[in-house]
Design a protein around this ligand. Structure first.
Ligand SMILES: *Cc1c(COP(=O)(O)O)cnc(C)c1O
Length: 238
């Protein structure tokens, strides 16, 4: 895709986010855009940076480490990277070096490793807890009691280098909008519940909504949409 096409896509998606905010009676600018650049080359990220986009999402650490190291070396404007894909423990060391937020924390073991690696480089990192809310996705916390234990450990100061900011989910891939609404409203309700139970934490971010369902997500209270295809085109997995 050319830089011009990418710029057009960003303008169009930003306008649609604005419209969805308005339609849902939400404040203009309350939904942030995370541009998912996985499987797209560094040039595409540079084209997006030129449009004023600074927040990017990647799901594979190895691939994004090389890509974003390159981007950082050539671009004056520095991108802000979130890891959004399931993260193996042995990739955490690299992940915390390049990312400002891990959106896909789905187990206690991962929190412990993030803490360990961040402590080594004296870096604080933000995290979102990924929640399993729909049938299709395999990732995310499934047992509420297990999630509560992780959040409680954060609230108790066991992980001083970790700043929990909110929740993330993927809705089921379906045409049935009711199921998509249900998935997103489940995440919103869980956030409200965590805020009551853990007032010392600020669990406010709701990372939900992708190319196919971000308008529904905005209706349901999303504060951060993760959009790839609508911005950069189809991914070439070959
Ligand atoms: C790939 C991916 C996205 C973006 O999906 P699109 O449908 O291309 O917008 C969002 N979130 C996660 C976790 C992803 O892996």
């Amino acid at each position: 895709m050319t830089a011009e096409q990418i710029a057009e896509n960003f303008e169009s998606v930003r306008n649609q986010i604005k419209e969805a905010e308005k339609k849902s009676g939400r404040k203009e600018g309350c939904v942030k855009l995370c541009a998912v650049s996985k499987f797209h080359p560094a040039e595409d990220v540079l084209a997006a940076l030129k449009t004023g986009q600074t927040l990017f999402g990647e799901n594979r650490v190895q691939e994004s480490f090389a890509k974003f190291t390159q981007i950082n070396s050539v671009s004056k404007i520095k991108p802000d990277l979130h890891i959004i894909g399931s993260l193996q423990t042995n990739k955490v060391k690299k992940a915390v070096k390049i990312a400002s937020c891990i959106q896909s924390v789905d187990r206690e073991e991962l929190l412990a490793e993030i803490e360990k690696q961040c402590a080594k480089i004296e870096k604080k990192i933000e995290v979102l807890f990924e929640i399993h809310t729909g049938e299709d996705s395999k990732s995310g916390y499934k047992e509420k009691s297990v999630l509560l234990k992780s959040v409680e450990n954060c609230a108790n100061g066991i992980y001083p280098h970790i700043v929990p900011k909110g929740l993330m989910t993927m809705a089921p891939f379906t045409q049935d909008e009711k199921l998509i609404h249900a998935s997103f409203s489940k995440l919103r309700n869980l956030k409200d519940e965590l805020n009551k139970s853990f007032p010392s934490l600020e669990i406010n971010e709701l990372s939900m909504g992708m190319s196919g369902d971000y308008k529904i997500a905005i209706e349901e209270g999303s504060t951060l949409v993760r959009i790839g295809t609508a911005l950069f085109g189809e991914r070439d997995y070959s």
